[in-house]
Design a protein around this ligand. Structure first.
Ligand code: HEM
Length: 432
């Protein structure tokens, strides 16, 4: 496999020769982005889009709302590395100003401006990201592994006696927030309250506003407690970091970490469990085979990463990308799953078959690449290992083809993973 190292791709790599290139707003009849996630084989859809348009294809996010889907590996590097040309700030998206984005658009949560590291550029981004990256680097991995194993054991204990569970709702959806809450210095009760509050917030139901208030109170209480008595946790680290200038910036940073950790880690735990329970190469491992949990995580990150399509970048000037006429204000979606399988970097063969190959783009790239790759893998690995260890004979309760994804243009998180196992008595947290 040849991994491109240059910024940008080979000039003029876009599309079939002679294809007419027209600005986004003039195009009609575009493929909905959701067609790339709501299907058994996303690569089939990406292949069709590539054949028609090249590595950058126009797609429809919602009726009348268009964007470029960047499916090429070198093109993703260009878009994520060239901040002076491609902004992370949704205020730079023309749809925010020209009336084409409906007030109730489902795109708003992911494509509206917020004041945190994820959505800002340049100096401001460096200032807000440094405490996050620094806090992640400070993590004592052995201590975190022990803490995550203990909380996973506790969560499994809540359903182990039943002999059946949904490994998404009962487990993968809960563990990531508990793991981050533990790093914030919250105890088990507060962590579960935080998890429930965030779940209610993002269900956007009638109690979402009250749930947000509960979440903010938990964060305010732990911040006040660490100001009074510092500890070696992430809350203390943020409270003492000179880059975070007031409480609002500390809360925004804590919420960003929780939100960024939650959905992605949940999806990766669920996909890895699904793979290990359905694929013979990994099922073999459960009986002493060759491939292990880390190999399964790598395969998931190559083939079905949490963000099939990551929002977004916004063009700051008229430019050209893989031959497509990108106009100032256009949105560009990072087609991470597509780029991981870019035929120009895989001369045949499947990269995940090469054990240990981690050159995929599923953590993003450039200055906004995920700052939590090490703790994220640690949480995923520990969560998966603990299930396999504590639930003897765990197996799917439905045929694999019955497993479905949560409908979303951004990802393919399994909706549920019903399993059965031999019922076991509750273990003490931390025992193994
Ligand atoms: C499998 C798990 C995860 C995956 C695949 C993942 C992937 C990503 C990706 C692709 C981005 C960059 C998005 C972009 O460039 O627009 C990102 C950013 C980020 N991730 Fe993760 N992530 C994961 C877990 C986590 C966890 C556990 C945390 C926190 C503990 C975290 C915190 C963040 C933060 C704070 C950012 C924003 C960084 C910035 O804008 O500078 N992520 N992640």
């Amino acid at each position: 496999m040849t991994i491109p190292t240059e910024i940008g791709g080979p000039a003029g790599t876009g599309g079939p020769a002679g294809a007419v290139r027209r600005p986004l707003r003039e195009l009609t009849g575009l493929t909905p982005l959701a067609a790339t996630t709501a299907c058994p084989d996303p690569q089939h859809v990406f292949g069709r889009l590539r054949a028609e348009h090249g590595p950058v294809a126009p797609v429809e996010l919602e009726p009348g709302v268009h964007a470029w889907l960047v499916m090429g590996y070198p093109e993703i590097l260009t878009v994520t590395r060239q901040e002076q040309l491609y902004s992370c700030d949704p205020s730079d998206w023309s749809a925010q100003h020209d009336g084409s984005l409906p007030a109730d658009s489902l795109l708003r949560p992911m494509m509206s401006p917020y004041d945190n590291a994820f959505f800002v550029n340049g100096e401001r981004h460096r200032r807000l990201r440094a405490p996050i990256a620094g806090g992640m680097a400070e993590i004592d991995q052995r201590a975190m592994r022990r803490a995550v194993a203990a909380l996973c054991t506790d969560v499994i204990g809540s359903f182990a006696g039943r002999g059946e569970a949904d490994l998404v709702a009962d487990y993968a959806a809960i563990v990531p927030v508990l793991a981050v809450a533990d790093r914030f210095g919250l105890d088990a009760v507060e962590s579960h309250e935080l998890q429930a509050g965030l779940a209610a917030m993002f269900a956007w139901g009638a109690d979402a506003v009250a749930a947000r208030e509960r979440v903010m109170k938990i964060l305010a209480d732990v911040l006040a407690a660490r100001r009074a008595v510092p500890s070696d946790d992430l809350t203390t680290y943020f409270a003492e970091h000179p880059n975070l200038r007031d409480d609002a910036e500390i809360y925004d940073t804590m919420v960003l970490v929780l939100v960024a950790a939650n959905e992605n880690t949940m999806s990766c735990i669920a996909q890895t469990l699904r793979l290990m329970l359905t694929d013979e190469r990994f099922a073999g491992r459960l009986r002493g085979g060759r491939l292990g949990v880390d190999d399964a995580i790598d395969e998931v990150l190559w083939r079905d990463p949490p963000m099939t399509n990551a929002p977004a970048r916004y063009a700051l000037r008229d430019t050209e990308l893989a031959g497509q006429p990108v106009r100032r204000g256009d949105a560009l979606i990072l087609g991470l799953t597509a780029a991981n399988a870019d035929p120009r970097i895989h001369a045949g063969g499947e990269p995940w078959r090469e054990v240990g190959n981690r050159a995929h783009l599923s953590w993003g790239a450039g200055p906004h690449a995920c700052p939590a790759q090490i703790p994220a893998r640690l949480i995923i690995r520990t969560a998966v290992e603990t299930v396999l260890h504590l639930l003897p004979g765990v197996r799917l309760a439905v045929p694999p083809e019955k497993l479905e994804s949560v409908p979303s243009p951004w990802g393919r998180t399994p909706d549920s993973i019903p399993v059965r196992f031999v019922p076991v008595a509750r273990q003490q947290p931390g025992t193994d």
